[in-house]
Design a binder for this molecule. Structure first.
Ligand code: LR7
Ligand code: MN
Length: 562
């Protein structure tokens, strides 16, 4: 009897335990009001379309939650700093809109206070990786303008709690002329924390450069002012930079819900990309790379970084020209840095075993002295003009309003590019971001006129001259897409490379030497033979002859068909 009872009790306890475990797993990691919990997940965030894929992956450990440090350790961490007073001094008044000041729910953030446990969102294999015992230490650089005290403090405390103490040389705060100087100054009472205040609003780019210039460690780590770093976030990044100082590395950026502050794991197979308007977006790793990834802890090459959270060797940062300090307030600097790193001999990667949470917002909670749109255009125009070579035309077609807008002098940055002997943007397109498609040029049709006559196709593959008011105008309609002279799927081609050879139509192939032409004065020269398209032949078909552009039979005047 007794044994049977014991077994029954154990069985019930086991079932209850299992249910509790599953229930825990489905709960969001933090416990704010439940009504708003679901909303944060699928929401479209500004600039983060890829974040639609944000989900909890079953490949990651579901239940392990970082342990908050022991009470004694906390006292150690923040000795000399009155956390309660710091947070209490700024409280939301009843009836105030909690989203107004910061574009996130301040009430939920304040409710969490200076620290909290978050789920370890890494792939389980990350936990067994090891790192060098002698990693160099880093200076953490955080710029902010009117950040909420609770988010700023959690950023700092999460760094102190979840990093090996020896790796944190210092935390440099750059207060970008926030309304209340005490937001920053009081935090300098925390050991290792320094506070620099700008005497006027500079924007995040010049602020970061200021921080980097006073940093004393050999490695720089940049963070936004509303982050929470996760378990062992720092070691993977410093390790990669120690092994090769030209690598610039960033973590997977998890999502902290702007509504309820739930910490949500981001998808582990995204990288940074952009479209021709220089709009940043998260995108899936190309399928071939995804297939080739047998080890989920391996770095992911990325064409661009999001911009806010990365680790870079300080000498490399300085050698490559820091940032373009003529960029203002916010935006575009991540493209400029990314192009520069790749084109001037470095690389960019995302490290899946490093995770940092960030509060993604849908609007800027601060003002732009020159307006949001003009500032973004100025900054991205500078990036395009300095780094994108002939590809900048696609930027201007995608963002016509950028044309004619002021962007200052770029002479210094062009000099820098020359001095560093950087590769052309074409190289970047071919080797780093071949997935970025060059836009299809809109078809432009012309007739090719010789005197009063027009070039036209005849029969299956022939060419000839006829009255321009032909009965079948389709056969006189040409697309001049250098080096091809094209009509539908057929292109003008020579039949042999010698003078007098017949010219005919054949299926287009831009790699076929027989089809390559370029304009030479009024004539059309075959690029390989050097001979010119000529209408003067005994048979009435077209041929190639020695170029004499003055000659009427070699003169082809393109005239747009409107
Ligand atoms: O005038 C300003 N001065 C500042 O110091 C304006 C802003 N800032 C600070 C601000 O307090 C914050 O710490 O700069 C940081 C970034 O500004 P956010 O958080 O308002 O903007 P964001 O999160 O959209 O910023 C992303 O894009 C920026 C483009 O210039 C920067 O590259 C940010 O670092 C970048 N943030 C991230 O990459 C984190 C992940 C988000 C993504 C994608
Ligand atoms: Mn941010």
């Amino acid at each position: 009897r007794i044994r049977a009872n014991a077994i029954a009790i154990l069985t019930v306890a086991w079932i209850l335990g299992t249910f509790y475990y599953l229930w825990q797993d489905n709960k969001p990691p933090s416990t704010p009001s439940s009504a708003s919990q679901i909303r944060g997940r699928g929401q479209r965030q500004r600039g983060v379309p890829g974040r639609l894929e944000v989900h909890r992956e079953d490949r990651t450990i579901p239940l392990i939650v970082t342990q908050p440090p022991q009470a004694e350790q906390q006292v150690q961490l923040l000795v000399g700093f009155d956390e309660k007073a710091y947070l209490a001094a700024k409280q939301l008044k009843p009836g105030d809109d909690p989203y107004k000041e910061h574009a996130f729910n301040l009430q939920e953030s304040d409710h969490l206070g200076g620290e909290r446990a978050i789920r370890d969102t890494r792939h389980y294999r990350c936990a067994s990786l090891t790192y060098d015992a002698d990693l160099p230490s880093t200076s953490i650089i955080i710029t902010f303008h009117n950040e909420a005290r609770s988010t700023l403090l959690r950023t700092i405390k999460s760094v102190l709690m979840r990093s090996p103490a020896a790796l944190i040389q210092e935390i440099i705060l750059i207060d970008d002329f926030s309304s209340d100087p005490e937001d920053c100054q009081l935090l300098a009472h925390i050991p290792k924390v320094r506070c620099l205040r700008n005497s006027r609003r500079e924007g995040l780019i010049r602020s970061r450069v200021r921080g980097a210039n006073t940093a004393s460690a050999s490695v720089l780590t940049f963070l936004d002012s509303h982050c929470e770093v996760n378990t062992d976030w720092l070691q993977p990044m410093i390790q990669r930079v120690k092994e090769d100082h030209t690598r610039v590395v960033s973590p997977i950026i998890d999502v902290i819900s702007l509504d309820n502050f739930a910490y949500l794991a981001a998808s582990a197979d995204l990288r940074g990309g952009f479209d021709w308007s220089l709009h940043f977006k998260w995108e899936q790793i190309p399928i071939e790379q995804k297939m080739a990834r047998s080890d989920p802890t391996q770095p992911i090459r990325t064409p661009v970084i999001a911009g806010g959270i990365f680790v870079m060797d300080k000498n490399w940062f300085n050698h490559l020209g820091q940032y373009d300090t003529h960029m203002d307030i916010w935006g575009g600097e991540n493209f400029e840095l990314s192009f520069r790193v790749w084109m001037c001999g470095g690389s960019l990667e995302i490290l899946p075993c490093s995770r940092v949470g960030h509060v993604f917002r849908k609007r800027h909670p601060y003002d732009f002295p020159e307006g949001n749109a003009l500032t973004y255009i100025k900054n991205t125009r500078r990036a395009a003009e300095v780094w994108m070579d002939e590809y900048k035309q696609y930027y201007y077609s995608a963002r016509p309003s950028a044309q004619g807008k002021a962007f200052g002098s770029i002479a210094d940055r062009l000099t820098l590019r020359r001095k560093l002997n950087c590769k052309p943007f074409r190289w970047y397109m071919e080797n780093v971001y071949p997935e970025l498609r060059v836009p299809e040029q809109e078809a432009v049709f012309s007739v090719l006129k010789q005197g009063g006559l027009c070039l036209e196709t005849r029969g299956t593959d022939g060419l000839g001259l006829a009255d321009c008011k032909a009965t079948r105008p389709q056969q006189q309609k040409w697309e001049l897409i250098e080096p091809l002279i094209q009509q539908q799927d057929l292109c003008v081609a020579i039949s042999a490379f010698t003078a007098g050879s017949r010219v005919k139509m054949e299926p287009c192939n831009s790699k076929e030497p027989k089809q390559k032409w370029k304009p030479k004065g009024m004539a059309l020269q075959h690029m390989v033979s050097g001979l010119c398209l000529d209408s003067q032949s005994l048979t009435g078909s077209l041929i190639i002859t020695q170029c004499r552009p003055q000659m009427a039979s070699q003169s082809w005047e393109p005239q747009l068909i409107t």
